[in-house]
Every structure is written in structure tokens, then in C-alpha cells.
Design a protein around this ligand. Sequence first.
Ligand code: FES
Length: 151
Amino acid sequence: MIPLVLRVNGREHRIEVEARVTLLDALRDVLHLTGTKKGCDRGECGACTVHVDGERINSCLALAVMQEGREVTTVEGVGTVGAPHPVQAAFVARDALQCGYCTPGQVMSAIACVREGHTGSDDEIREWMSGNLCRCAAYEQIVAAVRDAAE
Ligand code: FES
């Protein structure tokens, strides 16, 4: 086991993990931050999207031990029920979810999309969000929500 200080949503956590443990599994299984979802566990679905130092990543493809000294942000760190992030509010207003399983990853990608300015057109939004799959196919509403949040 490797001792590790993981900074998540502004809080430091002293944990021990095996070297092979992904950031996704450390978040869910060690820190019990289960907002970040596991879909494919191999970089194909985007359900596990988080931000590390402001960049979105698939947390299933990152080792936890490589995140020391970095700032990890999960969906738990961007808004609350009473004070949602503008992107979260736009998802609700546009009904941009069905089962909701992909939504945390969609929201984290959408926040990065808006922040980095990839919202010049619906096609640009679709391209940016293309790594986040939705088995319910709420894609039109998701694009609309991102467009609204960018305005
Ligand atoms: Fe990480 Fe699917 S669980 S991309």
C-alpha cells in the first residue's frame, strides 16, 4: 500500500492505496464519493469524468497515486441541490437526463466545455461532448443545456 494525500473538492484526504488503484476507484471505494460513475472502466463512456487541475479526464484511466499535489474536482464539488452549478441548473431546466447514470460525467464535461469556450455551435458542443455516452440518448437536450449554460 502507498500512502497518498489526495486533494478532492478542496479537502485533503490521507489514504493508502495499492499502486494499481485508479482515481475512479479511490474516489468511489476509498473516499465514498460515489457521484462519479463507473461505466466501461476503460475510457470509452465518460461516466467517470472529473477535473484534475481544471482539465477534464476519465478517472478510470488515471492512477490515484499520480494525483498527489493536484486538485481533483468531482461532481460533488461543483454544486448542491440548493445551489446548483449553472450547468447543472441548465440540465434540469432542459430535462437533459433520463436514467441519470451518465449525468455526473456529462455535467463535468459540460462545465469544461463552457469554461474552455467550445460552445460556438451545436456541432462544436457535440464534438466536445462526444466522449460522454448516454444510453438513453438524451443528446439533443444535453446539447441544448450546454448551449443555455454558455449564454
Ligand atoms: Fe471511465 Fe467509462 S468508466 S470512461
